[in-house]
Design a protein around this ligand. Structure first.
Ligand code: SAM
Length: 297
């Protein structure tokens, strides 16, 4: 096809993705606003409303990049004022959280941990989860440049506690089993080479009763809307990438990776295959993105 990275072998994908985010890190947040007309902020807000974390939640935000989900999480647990008017996933939230709490009560896990060097040859990081009932998020990303931008933003936004940063690959995380109450991944999983491995890791790292939540681009089923969306993304996004970030190819890759990612149903089946139960999804903006949810029970 006319998209340069389609011929990239599976083994090379990780390096290519790394390069893409290395190139776009400093412009990433601005480009997100430009490409989505700011709508990504609304999707992320809805994602947090669906998640509805309670104070004390220990969260792992994978492919967390520059911290958008982590900052929303910290804001939410601090002041959970966001009451959603939209329907939930078909799981009554109260029922789900009752199940979750019941299972969690039955199990106690140590929360202290040491992080070993990740599978890649990057920096040694040692985030530690607090051994108390405070809320905490570990932001994990394979790309140190994205995390560095995130750290800077955290400082600027005044998030001085409740957050730590870990450079590691989502497919092989240097963390012990059964550690987290929740695992989030937003606009990240399609960039991973082995999606099923990422899901298996998510399952391993969650406590019993823990919740997996994914926000990702998905499939627009309506043919008319789909053709409008296709024209926009194939023709406009790489041009914007060139004009704003001086980088056509990285944005070509991003568009292409969206088209190659499994649709809503296929992705839900992969989440079930990892062992999650009560798997459901919700389309946002006609399926341009979808929120998938599952529980480790
Ligand atoms: N979650 C953030 C957000 O919603 O703004 C960032 C999303 S950004 C589109 C995708 C991120 O996934 C990048 O920061 C990239 O470095 C990260 N990533 C790609 N492959 C990864 C992997 N195998 N493990 C961890 N992070 C990965």
């Amino acid at each position: 096809t006319h998209f340069g990275f389609q011929s990239v072998a599976e083994d090379e994908k990780e390096n290519k993705v790394y390069e893409v985010f290395e190139n776009v890190a400093s412009k990433y947040d601005m480009m997100n606003d430009a490409m989505s007309g700011g709508v990504h902020r609304i999707w992320k807000d809805i994602f947090l409303e669906r998640f509805a974390p309670s104070p004390g939640t220990k969260l792992l935000d994978v492919a967390g990049g520059t911290g958008d989900i982590a900052f929303r999480f910290l804001k939410y647990v601090d002041a959970p004022a966001h009451i959603s008017t939209q329907q939930d996933f078909g799981i009554p939230k109260d029922a789900a959280s009752r199940v979750l709490k019941k299972i969690c009560r039955q199990r106690h896990h140590h929360l202290m941990m040491k992080v070993q060097r990740s599978s890649q040859n990057h920096r040694l990081d040692t985030p530690v989860l607090p051994d108390d009932d405070s809320s905490h998020v570990i932001v994990c990303d394979i790309n140190q440049a994205m995390l560095d931008v995130g750290r800077q933003r955290a400082k600027q936004l005044g998030f001085t506690s409740g957050i730590s940063w870990l450079q590691a690959n989502a497919e092989n995380l240097p963390l012990p089993d059964n550690l987290f109450d929740a695992y989030t991944i937003a606009f990240g999983i399609r960039n991973c080479t082995h999606v099923q491995k990422v899901l298996d890791e998510a399952y391993r790292l969650l406590k019993p009763g823990g919740r997996f939540l994914c926000l990702e681009f998905s499939e627009v089923k309506n043919p008319l809307l789909r053709s409008i969306y296709d024209s926009y993304s194939f023709q406009v996004i790489p041009v914007m990438g060139q004009l704003i970030a001086g980088d056509w190819k990285s944005y070509q890759y991003l568009v292409e990776s969206i088209r190659q990612f499994p649709n809503q149903e296929d992705f839900a089946a992969m989440i079930r295959a990892a062992g999650f139960r009560m798997v459901s999804y919700e389309n946002l903006t006609f399926g341009v993105t979808a929120i998938h949810s599952g529980f480790k029970i």
